[in-house]
Design a protein around this ligand. Sequence first.
Ligand SMILES: Cc1cc2nc3c(=O)[nH]c(=O)nc-3n(C[C@H](O)[C@H](O)[C@H](O)COP(=O)(O)OP(=O)(O)OC[C@H]3O[C@@H](n4cnc5c(N)ncnc54)[C@H](O)[C@@H]3O)c2cc1C
Length: 494
Amino acid sequence: MFDRRKFIASGIAAGAATGLAPGMAFAAERSDVVIIGAGLSGLNAASILKEQGYKVVVLDANNRIGGRVQTVDTADGKIDVGASQIGRGYARVLDTCQKLGLKLIPEDRDLLTFGNHFRDTWVDNKTWESNPLNKTVGEERLIPPMMMGSTLVGKYNPLKEVDEWLDPKYADYDISLRELMRRKGHSDAAIDLAQYSAPGISIDATSVLRMWQEDTRGKIDRKLAATTAEGHKDHPFGEANDRNMIDGLAMISNIEGGCQKLPLGMAAWLGDVVRLNKRVARIDMTNRAGTVRCTDGTEYSARFIVSAIPFTMLRDVAITGPGGLYQRKAIASMPYANTARLYMTVEKPFWKDDGLPASWSSDGPIGMFWGIDNHTGEGRHRAMVVMVGQVAAAMASRDRPEAEAFVMAELARLRPASKGLIRLDTYKDWARDPLQRGCGFSLAPGHVNAYARRMNDPWAVLHFAGEHTRRLDIGMESAMESGERAAIEIVGRG
Ligand SMILES: Cc1cc2nc3c(=O)[nH]c(=O)nc-3n(C[C@H](O)[C@H](O)[C@H](O)COP(=O)(O)OP(=O)(O)OC[C@H]3O[C@@H](n4cnc5c(N)ncnc54)[C@H](O)[C@@H]3O)c2cc1C
């Protein structure tokens, strides 16, 4: 595997004369590499290239640094509405935090006991097998209703290595979860239940290979975490954090003061080459150089370009240049999953008054409620309504005030004891973010075979970074990994 430290230390020579293609605009600012996107992937690519002596420029359409790492100020303090959890296996993220002097603290988002609200009824997992609402058959009857999809994705996953999902020997599994469950002989009732916890967009819209990519990485992570805590897997999300410190780290850490300090620190190190409010609209390339044009009329010419923006956004950028068959397919058709979350403060634990679960998954229109442990059991708690998949898609069709009012009314209906005790701090729907249009990449059935194996290949002088190009890691670490890979590709070309 690539050794980043050796690579940085090797000091490979770089930054030869900028070779612009004939006819390219003179007014353009020249550099060796133009990087589009100031999220973690773009910033990491820029940092490595700068360390190697390349002249870089980073362009971001937003008026802030960080992309899907975003910390917002609310009346109840700072809240990370994007990434926040840092695992013990996040080598690049941890290394960068250390270099920037950022303080890591054990994550404080343990979820309280989970229940299931299904067909407008509170359901107990322990008695689910004999519940009359359980229409599944045989061994399926033992799987809790809100765990069917995630359990079966794990059960049928044959992959041992994180990048094996791309191995052509698994090409036959580039199908939907519905199709896989049919092939395995599952009942219609089980297929119906699978939709509530299947990873990705839905049991029809996401390739099983993409689900297995995530599942395999998760399994390896759990092994690496060397956890001593007892994970309780009665719901598909958020096990208790293990605060036993190993090498000074809990199983999951947060950055004190908010996760956005990480990209802000990286951008500060890069200095004035990071330009905000620069929305890229056009890329023109030859095999030797390229020009990037922004909507404000500014132009940037370079020997290489790195796209570190989601394909939901890159598909709005006009690209000319030789080749690019698989890349064009990927850019045009890669689907994105969504997460919409309402972050809340609960004045006192209403679940003690009504005796119902503090957190729950439901088949209803608001998805999940996560009650977050404050480790005293009394007083103020934080909470989140978390909508994914079809639930998030349905909510995105309402305008924001209407969506907020709907969620609050639904909470009051489900839990009358919560009335007057829940305060909404902030709401973030990543599909509504005009510079994201989703929370993370997905692949539809057939997409792995159609383009995923080749979509990361450089296209003329355009290289690709971003979590959607990941091969080994997850989350923020995958963004860092992808930026590193793009930088290495460019250094390799001289
Ligand atoms: C709700 C949520 C929770 C998450 N939780 C975690 C977590 O706890 N732990 C974890 O490890 N990961 C988590 N992640 C994942 C993590 O945030 C991402 O994997 C990572 O931040 C993606 O980085 P990126 O550089 O690939 O893309 P981004 O951060 O999306 O950066 C892309 C940048 O491109 C810019 N851009 C878009 N269009 C243009 C254009 N035309 N011109 C110029 N710039 C443009 C955008 O403004 C943006 O800044 C979470 C993500 C979400 C959404």
